[in-house]
Design a protein around this ligand. Structure first.
Ligand SMILES: NC(=O)c1ccc[n+]([C@@H]2O[C@H](COP(=O)([O-])OP(=O)(O)OC[C@H]3O[C@@H](n4cnc5c(N)ncnc54)[C@H](O)[C@@H]3O)[C@@H](O)[C@H]2O)c1
Length: 354
């Protein structure tokens, strides 16, 4: 039994994930890509969307929500755009391929967009945005999700938590990387408080009448999450839905199904990726210097009483990752339990779980 204090290196965790996927029938290439996405997410401290998700992802294949043999297919393209059919394949390889395609096209066009329909749960939106920064481009990443979020005035949910991420290449500073759901909080935070028997803070969810409640038991069956920042978050979540499900020719709104709850039918999420080649606007080195200068301007701004630091989006994740790469990670108990269950599901063992 793994102990709370045990630390695991990202490499060891990745090797375990690859072995688990290969035992389940995933190809070596797709297993490597998927493990890279999930383990990187853990190294950012975003453990809710890291390797914890692999067990459910593989369950999606066993149950028929996804197709383990499928690969994303390029269905249409132009100089600055590409459209993929995800064919219900493992979402991470499809998403990496789509962002890489956008980056490649943006080398010539300055900006490019790729869409993927018929996909599943792609994890943390930020990973794919970050991929673009590694080629000196600004990256944007979006996905729709099955409905769980209310609109102002709705009883029940009309949109998913529809996350968005952007990442910006920098010079000496860490890349800027904002990676957020467009709901006021991620659903996992409701479940965490419910399991502790605690009430929710005001303003997180509504009940079955569409009215505010602090009772975590109301979500997801009766009530809905609220959008971040009221009508503003609602409008941005709607933009994500249009850029993904509608633009990708995929399912949208109530036709997107849960990858965890309900009938085991195809999930039908869609994702969209945009790459902006900063080098066509100004020399890359100059762009990076200017972005670094902006970051320092913000960080050096006067601090509010009691505050000792101003954070940039992504900064907490980069600091966590530095520690994870140097000293390994202490995985939260729910992640360890999920990995243990995964090992049992696919019939493998791992030293770090012993
Ligand atoms: N695939 C899906 O279906 C799905 C759905 C919802 C969310 N998600 C993922 O869940 C994860 C968590 O989402 P969330 O909404 O709970 O995120 P969150 O509210 O924890 O916000 C995280 C983001 O805010 C930034 N941040 C935090 N504190 C900051 C500060 N003081 N100043 C500046 N920036 C700061 C972080 O660097 C990070 O970019 C994300 O990776 C998201 O993509 C995925």
């Amino acid at each position: 039994m793994m102990r709370e204090t045990d630390r695991i290196s990202p490499d060891e965790l990745k090797a375990f994930c690859v072995a688990a996927m290969q035992a389940a029938g995933v190809t070596a290439h797709d297993a490597d890509t998927t493990a890279e996405v999930l383990v990187t997410t853990d190294t950012w401290g975003t453990h809710t969307h890291g390797t914890k998700q692999l067990r459910n992802l593989l369950k999606n294949f066993r149950e028929g929500r996804m197709d383990i043999k499928a690969r994303a297919e390029l269905c249409g393209e132009g100089p600055g755009w590409a459209r993929f059919d995800g064919h219900h394949a493992l979402p991470m390889p499809s998403s990496v391929l789509a962002m890489q395609t956008a980056v490649k096209k943006a080398e010539n066009t300055g900006i490019a967009i790729s869409t993927v329909n018929n996909s599943g749960h792609y994890g943390a939106a930020g990973y794919y945005a970050w991929l673009a920064t590694r080629q000196d481009m600004i990256g944007l990443s979006f996905t729709n999700v099955d409905p769980g979020v209310a609109a102002p005035g709705s009883r029940g949910s009309v949109l998913g938590t529809n996350p968005l991420a952007y990442a910006v290449p920098t010079g000496r500073e860490h890349p800027i990387m904002l990676d957020i759901a467009t709901s006021v909080v991620a659903a996992s935070k409701i479940y965490a408080l419910r399991s502790l028997g605690k009430p929710l803070p005001e303003g997180w969810i509504t009940d079955g009448d569409g009215l505010p409640t602090t009772d975590p038991g109301q979500y997801p069956l009766a009530g809905a999450l609220l959008p971040m920042a009221g009508h503003k978050g609602y409008g941005i979540g709607l933009m994500v839905e249009v850029l993904t499900g509608v633009l990708a020719g995929g399912a949208f709104g109530s036709d997107v199904l849960s990858w965890v709850f309900g009938d085991a039918k195809p999930v039908n999420q869609s994702h969209t990726f945009i790459a902006i080649n900063v080098g066509v606007f100004e020399p890359v080195a100059e762009f990076k210097e200017r972005t670094d200068a902006l970051i320092r301007q913000i960080k050096n701004a006067p601090k509010a009483k009691g505050a000792d630091r101003i954070w940039l989006p992504g900064e907490k994740e980069w600091e966590y990752r530095e520690q994870a790469l140097a000293n390994g990670m202490s995985l939260p108990a729910d992640v360890r339990a999920s990995l243990q269950g995964l090992a049992e599901d696919v019939g493998i063992t791992a030293a770090f779980l012993a």
